[in-house]
Each structure stands twice: as C-alpha cells, then as structure tokens.
Design a protein. Sequence first.
Length: 191
Amino acid sequence: MRCSLLVLMLAATATPASADESGPDKSDYTLLNPTPDADLRSFNTDRPPKANSPYTVDAGHFQYESDIATFGSGSTDGVKTQAWTVFDTTVKLGLTNTIDAELEITPSESVATDEAGTTTTVSGIGDTFARLKINVLGDDQGAVAVALLPYVKLPTAQSGLGNGRVEAGLILPVSVSAPGGFTVIVMAEGD
C-alpha cells in the first residue's frame, strides 16, 4: 500500500510529456516492417530477476542482455551456500511497437552447499523463462510507463538447481519520472 501511494505521489509531481515529445506514429511497425533507426526509442534494459522496465524493444529489432558472471554467498542455520551464474542471458525481439518476446537462458549455474564440513556442488544449465512484454502506457513518451509481463518458467535445470516444475506468473512493472532527474520503478508480481 505504501509503495502504491509513493508511486501515485511521484506520478502527480512528474513532468508530463509536452506536445512536441509525442514523436512519430509507430503503430504500423511490426516484426516484418521494422521501426526505422531514426525512430528508435532510447535503449532500456531489464535486470531479470532483479528489476524489469516497462519499455519494449522496437518492432523488428533484437536486443541481447547478459551478466558476465554473478556470485552470491550466504549462511542459514549453519549451512553455507555459494552460487555462481555465468552469462545469465536475456534475448528480446520486438514484435510490434508495444510488444516484445523475451527468452531468459542460464547456460551455466553452480551451487555449492557446505553443511557440517560436507560440501555438495551441483552445476549445469538453469531454468528457462519465456516472457511477453506488453506496454500499455508510455512506451514512447510521458512521465509514467506501465507494462504487463506474463511469463512461463520451463524446467530446463537439473535437480538441485531447479524444482523440475513448469511455473507461470505475471509482473506489472511501472516506471515513474521523479523530481531531480530520477526514475522510480515499482513491480508487482504474482506467481
């Protein structure tokens, strides 16, 4: 509830788009009729599963995003865990001006657990996520942008790295221009 109030307050103080920021009509562009380079929107990345922006890739264009490597370490109830992910990749393809298809692939993942001096390591391919981002407000202009981001998790990871189940969910990323040149992104998610 507090996050919703914060977003509403920021939206109320955000600077609205002026008439000259409306840009060209890009509604006729598709995968087979790509958006011309001169009309491309600014480059925006997601940070799955860290954060998702509501902005899509322009129609007929491809975007590649990847971490080189990430490392995490923690300890709970005497069990120490270290995890590595290498080339956690997201590829995106603009289908229309406001819809893109996305595929998240984790080609190399490793989790090591140490419990009472016994270390177990599991390595392999991670789960794969298929997503469809549908921008419903502000893809090309405005102080507020909103998208629907339904996804399906495909169980491509081996036991120990994934749970072996198909799962699905819906993410609602909202971006609001804030005072001082800042941007606030809030995401609601149901799985």
